[in-house]
Design a protein around this ligand. Structure first.
Ligand code: EPZ
Length: 422
């Protein structure tokens, strides 16, 4: 049996959706509490499966974690008592690999399972490991585990081959207590990385160039545990802005910031959607039937976010004309296409580009979420189409959208969580 959403679509939705704390800022900030002993307090942490998974992993390393409010956690670090992040925990979430940098900073060694088993090979974490070596660590990969050790961590000059978000975060966390100065170039510039840096600086780290492509980190002896509040989730905000456009602007989105998703917003404006941001509230104005097709190419920030690609595809598929989306970050991020086509979309893939021919409307049927953002896109398509649609494997959606059915019911959606045979 798997979890599914039964959605009776075609209803008029109206109201305001409020975004939660950013998953992709919360995850690295939670791992950063491993760097220094003390009592860390984090607020605006979203209630998501991934957060629960990561808290379990931290406990396996010796941390005490406690939920002290609806979106607040206390993490007590009395020292890392176990230097091995086991496969059965890491396999549940690839972001678990972000414990490696902090463990290196705290204990000068770490052993972490390769994310998703050794079938992936060393490729997807090679940039992380190259960064650790740049700080003087020795890296070994044996039996599906990565082991890193360092007599001491020494500041180095590191240039990333690709602005990898995870590699940038892992290397920053390893460098903040390294001896001397580390320069990090061609780093990822996603706002979640800025939030991690602001958190580390609040703990006493010395990081210059936050938000630029180059960071200069001067190692310090000691950090101090602090209280910190996570930034709002810009991807959740973008997801709900797309939903609003599907419903002719009937939904406002609270907690959205234009400059966190500027490329995405400018593409929607190119389609003919008007979006105003006032006091953290996005107001959307558009008529779905008048929107124009566009060509999109995902790119590292500040380019068009790959995490908003699937949601935008679900919107473009209802826009008259031919649009296209080129996915340049992940080699296999078009798993939404066959599911949307089952709902009556007309999309075909040519190499890394999805060619989207707009259709009048979707038809209701049963579809399956393949990943977090594709799952959200299917939920939105199901809300739009008249009739009953079932979206299965919604554990993917639960990874990144806090209480999504409660939020959607709040604007008039008829959505119910059920169990189905798979
Ligand atoms: C982060 O993943 C996000 N996850 C992803 O969000 C997001 O899609 C991605 O960044 C890109 O923005 C979290 O922050 C927890 P990358 P990450 O390292 O760090 C290749 C979501 O929906 N690569 O920037 O894993 C890699 O294979 C999730 O919330 C290497 O080759 O992304 C990929 O093709 C999905 N070697 C590309 O870089 C490396 O050492 C981007 O990966 C590392 C990455």
């Amino acid at each position: 049996m798997v979890g599914a959403f039964k959605i009776k679509g075609g209803k008029e939705l109206k109201g305001t959706l409020e975004v939660s704390g950013a998953k992709n800022a919360a995850l690295p900030i939670i791992t950063a509490t491993l760097i220094e002993k003390g009592t860390h307090i984090l607020h605006n942490v979203p209630n998501l499966r991934d957060i629960v998974t990561l808290m379990k992993l931290l406990e396996s390393l010796g941390m005490e974690t406690e939920k002290i409010g609806p979106n607040s956690y206390k993490i007590v670090n009395n020292g890392i008592t176990n230097l091995v992040a086991e496969y059965d925990l890491v396999k549940k979430m690839r972001a678990s690999f972000l414990v490696m940098g902090p463990m290196l900073a705290h204990s000068k060694e770490a052993k972490v399972s390769l994310p998703g088993g050794c079938a992936i090979g060393s490729r997807p974490v090679d940039l992380h490991l190259k960064g650790f070596e740049g700080l003087g660590a020795k890296v070994e990969i044996t039996h599906g585990y990565v082991e890193v050790k360092a007599e001491k961590l020494v500041g180095g000059n590191i240039i990333l081959d690709f602005p990898s978000v995870g590699a940038t975060e892992n290397i920053i966390m390893a460098a903040v207590k390294a001896e001397g100065v580390t320069t990090l170039e061609n780093v990822a510039r996603e706002p979640e990385i800025d939030d991690l840096c602001f958190y580390l600086v609040a703990m006493g780290a010395k990081i210059e160039g936050i938000g630029s492509g180059k960071l200069v980190i001067t190692g310090v002896e000691k950090l101090t545990a602090v209280e910190y509040s996570i930034m709002p989730d810009r991807i959740e905000a973008g997801t709900y802005i797309v939903l609003s456009a599907m419903f002719n602007g009937a939904i406002k989105v609270k907690g959205a910031t234009r400059d966190h998703i500027a490329s995405f917003i400018s593409k929607l404006e190119e389609m003919g959607i008007k979006i105003e941001f006032n006091d953290g509230i996005a107001t959307i104005e558009c008529q779905l039937k008048d929107l124009k097709p566009v060509a999109i190419k995902t790119a590292p920030h500040p380019g068009f976010a790959t995490d908003l690609q699937a949601q935008t595809m679900a919107l473009l598929s209802l826009v008259e004309g031919t649009s296209e989306i080129k996915e340049t970050i992940f080699e296999n991020r078009f798993m939404l296409v066959p599911e949307l086509n089952r709902m009556g979309a007309n999309i075909h893939i040519d190499d890394h580009t999805a060619i989207i021919k707009g259709v009048e409307e979707y038809s209701s049927t049963e579809v399956m979420a393949s990943d977090l953002r594709a799952g959200a896109a299917l939920v939105m398509a199901a809300l739009k189409v008249k009739g009953e649609t079932t979206v299965t494997r919604i554990y993917h959606v639960d990874r990144g959208y806090e209480e999504i059915e409660k939020k959607l019911r709040g604007i008039g959606a008829d959505i119910e969580r059920i169990k189905v045979e798979m």
